[in-house]
Design a protein around this ligand. Structure first.
Ligand code: GTP
Ligand code: SPV
Ligand code: MN
Length: 581
């Protein structure tokens, strides 16, 4: 309960509308988490995994239609449609409110309504922001406990700051026909109905920390981005911080927890965050970043001892597994983990390869950050960490080189704005289709992309100490469809070049699309990538890039008059450089 009137009034209104049987204010304690998990177990929403191998670990099998984000049912409801932009689905706020009111009316009859005050970011950081999620899902409560600083300490901050984002959520009947994720950025409000899954239901994550926060960040002069944050410490003890934006299921968690290869003796990667990054210009002109989350909601398939040992090690206690398979002795299992044969699939049926993968391709684990061996002691720093490099990347089978550096801040913004990637199972639609996903924010930018690019460009006016910008691609394939670059831990070699470029310790090859590594400057000691493969990974195919830059031009133009002139000028400059090459 609270004496803060605006909060109390809103909670009462929602209780009245939803006709909840009972209202429960979450305090955020460990005892509460245990009680909630056992309650969910008694309701059938959780089952206990092998307590010997995985103490305190729970399996949740979702409704089979509710397994990913639903971009086609996600709306940004600004008063002017133009402000949401062509990148978002739009609905007039009045219409959206009326629709949602109809759905929420009476939806919690017979259910408990949980009130979850939460803080995004370190509880003492001036850069953090709070919200309150109201939900009828016990699963959401358990996940919010791991993913956010929730409960009493967040409530105290809300009462002090007198500010919070309102998030109203109900699983409803989990009916895909009655599923909507609505955002009202002008009113700092979220309403989500009909899904219990990840980004649809844990409202602190994509709804608040990206869509609403990006809208706020634009008017307040900061950035809310779909980025991991890592620290790279050299044997001499110097740490550079890197923020990287890759689209959903394109490698952020894996890069954030990278373990350097043996040949990088004394180097260490520290994890600050794996999904979301809020950045502010500091007094020194550098960009300072915090991770608003306190846990990882990570992709399970592909997580293995040889690809991401840090992740595997943090998952053997106190974790939630959603839509994974289980082995005969009730341990969590997914494709790519090892060669055991699972006993039951993600629907709880006996495993039969004829029914497809045993774990859902978008199956996930939820775990508190502190369980990660590479968790940084700077992750709780109220000031955040200073960013040396911003890295963009995506899944591109062809064309896009392993790594390149932007010529300037504006060129970097173009590299971000022209990102494209093959779609993944993180969204409910088709998988493997290349689409433009500027700054990895296509599903998450809470306003018109053209204005967002202008916002990015504007940082050059605030500071001349901005991070250097790079673009990477771990996902090039050869004629046989095999990945050409070993990836995972070996991506350290690319990070190494990036840091050397930040320190101006190596040269570069000037090309029309940006600065590429000189072959001698990429450290390949201890890996066996054939010279011809390396050449292909660093090749710039002029004719193919001419077609790409023309397509980028058309894409930018599709945002009409609002597209900033400076980004079009960069596109024209690159097109001309290609023509002259
Ligand atoms: P979200 O949580 O959806 O935002 O995703 P993410 O960007 O954190 O993606 P994640 O690191 O979980 O990786 C998704 C998938 O890509 C996993 O199946 C990984 O095994 C795979 N992957 C990650 N890094 C690499 C890499 O360097 N090379 C290859 N080939 N695959 C990778
Ligand atoms: C993503 O899809 O980018 C995720 C998972 O990180 S979710 O929380 O479901 O959005
Ligand atoms: Mn994500």
């Amino acid at each position: 309960m609270t004496n803060y009137k605006a909060l109390k009034r809103w909670v009462d209104e929602v209780a009245e509308l939803t006709q909840a049987d009972e209202i429960y204010w979450c305090n955020g304690s460990d005892e509460e988490y245990d009680a909630m998990a056992r309650k969910l177990e008694s309701e059938g929403g959780f089952s206990r995994l092998n307590p010997e191998t995985h103490p305190n670990c729970w399996l949740h099998l979702s409704d089979p239609t509710d397994v990913a984000r639903v971009e086609h049912l996600t709306f940004v409801c600004t008063s002017e449609e133009e402000d949401a932009g062509p990148n978002n689905n739009w609905m007039a706020p009045d219409e959206a409110r009326a629709k949602m009111e109809g759905l929420f009316r009476g939806c919690m009859k017979g259910r408990t309504m949980y009130v979850i005050p939460y803080c995004m970011g370190p509880i003492k950081s001036p850069l953090s922001r709070c919200g309150v999620e109201i939900t009828d899902s016990t699963y959401v409560v358990c996940n919010m406990k791991l993913m956010t600083r929730m409960g009493d300490r967040a409530l105290q901050r809300i009462e002090r700051d007198r500010a919070f984002i309102k998030g109203q959520h109900s699983i409803g009947e989990l009916d895909p026909e009655n599923r909507f994720i609505m955002h009202f950025p002008e009113d700092l409000e979220i309403q989500s109905f009909g899904s219990g899954y990840g980004g649809n239901a844990l409202l602190g994550k994509k709804c608040h920390a990206l869509r609403i926060a990006s809208y706020q960040a634009r008017s307040e002069g900061w950035m809310a981005e779909h980025m991991l944050i890592l620290g790279l410490e050299s044997p001499e003890g110097k740490t550079h911080y890197v923020a990287a934006a890759f689209p959903s299921a394109c490698g952020k968690t894996n890069l954030a927890m990278l373990i350097p290869p043996k040949t990088y003796k004394g180097w260490k990667v520290w994890t600050i965050g794996d999904d979301i990054c809020w950045m502010h210009v500091g007094e020194d002109g550098r960009l300072w970043a915090i991770n608003p989350e306190s846990g990882f909601f990570g992709v399970a398939p592909g997580t293995a001892e040889d690809t991401n040992p840090n992740a595997l090690a943090m998952l053997d206690h106190d974790a939630i597994f959603t839509n994974v398979a289980v082995t005969e002795d009730n341990q969590p299992w997914w494709e790519g983990m090892d060669d055991r044969v699972p006993a039951k699939d993600w629907r709880g049926n006996p495993y039969d390869p004829a029914n497809g993968p045993a774990a859902h391709p978008n199956s996930r684990f939820t775990v508190h950050m502190s369980q990660c061996a590479s968790y940084s002691n700077q992750a709780e720093a109220p000031t955040g960490v200073p960013i040396s490099a911003i890295v963009f990347g995506g899944r591109r089978e062809r064309l896009v080189p392993l790594v390149m550096q932007a010529e300037s801040w504006n060129h970097g913004v173009l590299l971000g704005a022209s990102m494209a990637s093959e779609t993944t199972a993180a969204n409910i639609d088709a998988v493997g289709v290349v689409r433009r996903d500027p700054m990895a924010m296509k599903p998450f930018c809470g306003y018109n992309y053209a204005d967002y690019w202008a916002h990015w460009l504007s940082f050059r006016e605030f500071s001349d100490r901005l991070p250097k910008i790079f673009h990477v691609n771990w996902f090039r394939k050869d004629a046989d469809g095999k990945f050409m670059w070993p990836g995972f831990g070996e991506n350290m070699r690319v990070l190494d070049w990036i840091i050397k470029r930040c320190e101006h310790n190596v040269g570069f090859l000037e090309t029309p699309i940006g600065k590429l590594p000189l072959p001698r400057d990429l450290n390949l000691d201890g890996i066996d990538v054939p010279a011809a493969t390396m050449e292909a990974l660093l090749e710039v195919d002029i004719a193919a890039w001419q077609a790409e830059i023309a397509d980028i031009g058309e894409y930018l133009d599709s945002y009409g008059e609002r597209t900033p002139a400076a980004i079009k000028a960069e596109q024209a400059r690159v097109a001309e450089a290609l023509d002259n090459a």
